[in-house]
Design a protein around this ligand. Structure first.
Ligand SMILES: [Zn+2]
Length: 89
């Protein structure tokens, strides 16, 4: 199960608002696709000891702009679990 690119789902195809929010040419995007292929939205900053402040990300299930369903909890769970399994190499 190693490798496996996150193809199949193209986030941002539902509306131009999401597409532009993800591309972020003039700003740091807060809605991004993670390495596991899950679409995440940053909801805040967290203070970490000895480190730069980190972003708190949560999976996005519905487009915040047009309300289209982007992914299901089952899909997110499957992707994150598959990514976790890749960590022990
Ligand atoms: Zn949309």
């Amino acid at each position: 199960m190693a490798g496996g690119t996150a193809s199949g789902t193209t986030f941002g195809s539902c509306c131009t608002e999401l597409k532009e929010a993800m591309s972020g040419e003039e700003f740091e995007p807060l809605i991004t696709v993670g390495e596991d292929g899950v679409l995440y939205m940053s909801v805040g900053l967290v203070e970490l000891d000895d480190e730069e402040p980190g972003m708190v990300d949560h999976p996005v299930f519905f487009c915040p702009f047009c309300s289209k369903r982007l992914q299901t909890p089952e899909e997110v769970r499957a992707k994150t679990e598959a990514a976790d399994n890749d960590d022990d190499e």
